[in-house]
Design a protein around this ligand. Structure first.
Ligand SMILES: Cc1cc2nc3c(=O)[nH]c(=O)nc-3n(C[C@H](O)[C@H](O)[C@H](O)COP(=O)(O)OP(=O)(O)OC[C@H]3O[C@@H](n4cnc5c(N)ncnc54)[C@H](O)[C@@H]3O)c2cc1C
Length: 342
């Protein structure tokens, strides 16, 4: 019997409790790409720990997202701390299943894994892709570049393997429309990895510092607008730090020199996709709002109930930041001083 094959593999990394939002977004992207391109597809999981079984919660979510099959890739050794070995194992599984297209999220892991997998497969790599469509006699792949300032479109002729990382702004955890499908078929794929691929090892992982993390990758952003005076702004900065939020600013605040250009959000600044964006003292101009469209939840606070920011928000508060920010900061400081979680 010939080995089973999938044209498209979508790398997902389940957590202990199931599938996170990035993994959910990836299988939705995979399902849509497979449907548009007429490809057989499966989710691929690198079996990292001692226990290569998938959590039940992950299987249920994969079923909800219409994933037809899951390949659990086994290299005979834990892979989590060995980037080269992970790439070899994924490439080995892609070869074993004759997959031509491999998708992964453009997070820090995917961005470093994708070129290695492409090299191991003798294929091409395209990063931060936003769409994959049939066209031009092959497949048209669009990506963003230079911090979202440039859009590029490539044509893939399907002749050699292609590895894509998917732009975080395209990843929605909501299952795509259409029937959920049954429980996915789970199969183990043995992908032996040569010893040489275990030579470099991650020995320490330091969680990102919200004060320094790139706002385009931040999970929670507190963004300050021109409604701030300097004193309130410094309080807001402290509040963001205590609550592990990243500080963003609108253009006038950047122009005042209170924060660097890398903190500015909007059309000429950074495009962001956090779980939560809190905009305080921001009017909601199109130049600013254009940079926060991919935020999962937008909350704002403004003195003026007619500010356009309310229309762009999921939730809004009409209040004076000069009253609210000091109160919030005092409460959070007290919680932290008392040893509690902020
Ligand atoms: C080509 C171009 C590109 C641009 N690119 C960007 C960009 O990338 N990013 C960007 O941000 N802007 C950009 N701008 C500027 C943009 O058009 C707006 O001028 C800017 O976003 C406004 O910033 P703001 O909302 O902080 O200030 P304002 O529009 O001045 O709004 C301040 C808000 O604070 C509120 N407020 C005042 N006092 C208080 C208080 N005590 N409590 C609560 N609320 C209060 C006010 O009601 C008001 O709504 C660009 C402009 C151009 C022409």
């Amino acid at each position: 019997m010939p080995p089973a094959r999938e044209d498209l593999l979508v790398l997902v990394t389940p957590g202990k409790d199931g599938l996170g939002d990035t993994a959910k977004g990836m299988v939705s992207v995979g399902r849509r790409a497979a449907a548009r391109l007429g490809l057989a597809w499966a989710a691929a999981v690198l079996a990292d720990g001692e226990d290569p079984e998938l959590p039940e919660a992950a299987l249920e979510t994969l079923a909800d997202h219409g994933v037809p099959g899951v390949l659990v890739i086994r290299a005979g050794r834990p892979l989590a701390d060995f980037p080269e070995a992970r790439a070899e194992a994924l490439a080995g599984a892609a070869r074993a299943r004759a997959a031509r297209l491999v998708l992964m999220a453009h997070d820090s892991a995917g961005a470093s894994l994708a070129p290695r997998v492409a090299a191991a497969l003798g294929g091409a790599v395209l990063t931060e892709c936003v769409s994959v469509e049939p066209g031009g006699g092959g497949v048209r792949v669009s990506r963003r570049a230079l911090g979202d300032r440039l859009a590029e479109t490539f044509l893939w002729d399907r002749a050699s393997p292609l590895v894509l990382t998917v732009h975080p702004g395209c990843l929605s955890p909501v299952p795509p429309a259409g029937p959920a499908g049954g429980r996915p078929v789970v199969e183990a794929v043995e992908a032996p990895v040569p010893d040489g691929a275990f030579r470099s090892r991650v020995v320490e992982r330091i969680p990102p510092d919200p004060r320094t993390v790139d706002v385009s990758e931040a999970e929670v952003i507190f963004c300050a607008g021109k409604g701030f005076d300097r004193e309130s702004f410094e309080r807001f900065r402290e509040l963001a730090g205590l609550l592990n939020a990243s500080l963003g600013v609108s253009r006038p605040v950047y122009d005042l020199g209170w924060a660097g250009f890398e903190r500015m959000i909007g059309q000429t600044g950074k495009t962001v996709a956090p779980r939560l964006y809190l905009g305080v003292g921001i009017s909601g101009s199109m130049h600013h709002v254009g940079g926060i469209r991919d935020a999962r939840r937008i909350v704002c606070l403004n003195l003026d109930p007619r500010a356009p920011m309310f229309a762009a928000s999921d939730e809004g508060f009409v209040a004076d930041l000069r009253e609210v920010i000091p109160l919030l900061l005092d409460r959070v400081r007290a919680r932290v001083a008392g040893g509690g979680a902020p």
